[in-house]
Design a protein around this ligand. Structure first.
Ligand code: ZN
Length: 615
């Protein structure tokens, strides 16, 4: 094993000697004496009800008579944590306090012992933050959680914490425990300036599969927070690499392996909501888009069980950003994408809001409604075409054929051709011919297919200012930026979800978060926004306002936005009602029907208010 040779042989022996296999395994499996000095327990690598997994400390070996897995303490760590040999040795070395030496050309380990110090500092920090959440000062954090439907038990289960506003309390706490300033800065817990990295925020500890705290995700709670970003994560440290951490992995790992399924959601609260609703395979990437490394981590976990067709289910938004994200996964690793599914909630609610508004069952239902990723991507691609007309079908085929043609795995292509033909109502031969034509044209004798351009799923699409269907949203934002005083204190009861266009929705959310809308607040806000939104603010500021800005004018526009939002919700609910069999769940069906009646009555009210230019 060449890689193994890079670690000093003597150190390797020391690590093996100091890592008692019964202790290491015991952290994952409950072991009982089995006679002859052996121990036994339920195998962590296959599902079983009676123990056939055996550990023999005297020989430093484990073996499962059920599934045949076996090996020494290093291979156990490799398998259970899905890490490489070197990573497993490093993890055990940290645990045993062994400083590893590397042969020349070996991996560049930051500094001996630093990883271990950082993990220890993180562990103490997580405890500190959790205590602070329960302290009087932690009230805003508890209120935030309560508002998302999470009680104290949930907070404890997920280890949620609160970073005090003082600015130096964590640093002092850790320094009293013997950590140096330099260590705390390297851990990403304290800034160079000496201030705590996280202040006045609610925090989620991000752990690896072995439950070590690698870093934190944090959400702002206070309007005067000095950091503009709503979410803040631990910066890159020797233990925290955002491209290869997944929030919830520590809790989901076992179920992911057992069920051969992983559910990828977007935020920390979505992971919590999913787990509490019984979807215990949910994880989320932290402060970055879900990438190839994340995909590989999940694929390895699922493959551990030898499940033939594992499922990775994404709960993308149905909006443009979600579709771009789906397309990126589709064009990425194709072995991965062929077992990838998409679960889209028609109302656009994320799992956290879905649980609050419709309960645990709705979250489970969302996951159960998944469709294959390729189907989702193809449907979105052909959605804009009129398939009732021949020209429409031909144009849709031209748009979708490059997608199918881009698939490198030939064994998948014919299935996708048939699927696409079905969606278009065309002859499969016709579709196959077009795919071949695109394939031949797009790729002139190039030996290696270049990797597709990464699509940033977070980039907001720029709205078309002439889109009549969005004039109510655009006009409302225009007024809000120019004459905020004509709106009520609650911004005429508008909420971000009322805005259909993601850029408008995001801008409204940011405006709503501003507490003092006087002076040059709009300019200041523009300075904090990403380029797309900043540009939007500038454009809206110079567009003409057609009438004297009065409270009545604002009310008309706001009612227009809410009317359109209500109409969309009605349409989504109707389509869901059509797909739901009332016999399966009469209570849920009745509830949907009741909601529909309420929405219809609200629509009638709004119709009376939203006259004038907004519509
Ligand atoms: Zn086994």
């Amino acid at each position: 094993m060449a890689v193994a040779g890079l670690i000093n042989e003597e150190d390797l022996t020391t690590v093996r000697e100091r890592s008692r296999i019964d202790e290491v395994v015991g952290a994952y499996v409950t072991l009982r004496p089995a006679g002859g000095g052996s121990l036994t327990g339920l195998c962590p690598f296959h599902e079983e009800k009676t123990p056939s997994f055996r550990v023999t400390p005297a020989r430093g070996f484990f073996h499962c008579f059920g599934c045949g897995e076996g090996g020494d303490v290093i291979s156990f760590v490799q398998k259970i944590q899905n890490v490489t040999f070197v990573e497993a040795v490093e993890w055990l070395a940290d645990r045993a306090g062994v400083q590893l030496r590397y042969a020349e050309g070996g991996p560049n380990r930051p500094e001996p012992g630093l990883r271990l110090r950082i993990l220890e500092a993180n562990r103490i920090a997580a405890e500190f933050f959790a205590e602070q959440l329960r302290a009087p000062e932690g009230l805003p954090g508890r209120q935030f959680l309560a508002g998302r439907g999470f009680d104290e038990d949930a907070a404890t289960h997920f280890g949620i914490g609160f970073a005090p506003r003082g600015g130096k309390s964590l640093g002092s706490h850790l320094k009293a425990k013997g950590f140096s300033d330099a260590e705390l800065v390297r851990a990403g817990l304290v800034r160079d300036s000496g201030w705590d990295f996280f202040q006045g925020r609610v925090l989620w500890p991000i752990r690896d599969a072995g439950r070590s705290v690698l870093g934190f995700g944090a959400r702002r709670l206070f309007d005067d927070d000095r950091m503009p970003a709503k979410y803040l994560n631990t910066p890159e440290t020797p233990v925290y690499k955002k491209s290869s951490v997944l929030y919830g992995l520590d809790l989901a790992r076992g179920s992911i392996a057992k069920k051969g399924q992983a559910v990828v959601v977007e935020g920390y609260t979505d992971v919590m909501a999913a787990h509490l609703a019984g979807v215990d395979t949910a994880v989320a990437s932290c402060g970055t888009a879900f990438g190839d490394d994340h995909a590989r981590m999940l694929a390895r976990l699922i493959d551990t069980q030898g499940v033939q067709s594992g499922e990775v289910i994404f709960t993308f938004d149905g909006d443009a950003a979600g579709q771009a994200a789906a397309l990126k996964v589709f064009k990425g690793d194709q072995h991965f994408s062929s077992q990838t599914y998409v679960a889209v909630e028609p109302t656009g609610l994320d799992p956290c809001d879905l649980r609050i508004q419709h309960g645990d069952a709705a979250v489970r239902e969302l996951v159960a409604r998944r469709v294959p990723l390729y189907q989702f991507v193809m449907r979105n691609t052909i959605a804009g075409f009129d398939l009732d007309r021949v020209e429409g079908r031909v144009a849709a085929l031209r748009a979708a054929a490059p997608l199918v043609s881009s698939i490198r795995d030939a064994s998948l292509v014919s299935g996708y051709v048939r699927e696409l033909a079905g969606m278009l109502g065309m002859n499969p031969d016709e579709v196959r011919a077009e795919v071949k034509r695109v394939h031949a044209g797009a790729r002139p004798s190039r030996p290696v297919e270049p990797r597709p351009e990464p699509v940033a799923p977070t980039a907001l699409p720029i709205p078309d200012p002439r889109d009549r269907g969005l004039e109510a949203e655009r006009g409302t934002l225009r007024l809000l930026l120019r004459a905020p005083e004509i709106f009520t204190a609650t911004l005429n009861d508008l909420v971000a979800d009322d805005f259909a266009h993601p850029a408008y929705r995001a801008l409204f959310e940011r405006i709503g978060a501003v507490t003092d809308r006087t002076g040059d607040w709009a300019q200041q806000l523009a300075g904090e926004l990403d380029p797309v939104l900043a540009q939007l603010v500038v454009t809206l500021a110079v567009e003409p306002v057609l009438r004297e800005p009065t409270a009545g004018y604002a009310a008309e526009y706001a009612a227009g936005v809410r009317l359109q939002a209500t109409a969309r919700r009605i349409a989504a609910l109707k389509s869901r009602l059509q797909r739901t069999n009332p016999v399966d769940d009469p209570a849920a069906h009745q509830k949907m029907f009741q909601t529909l009646i309420e929405l219809e009555s609200r629509r009638k009210q709004l119709l009376g208010l939203a006259t004038g230019p907004a519509l």
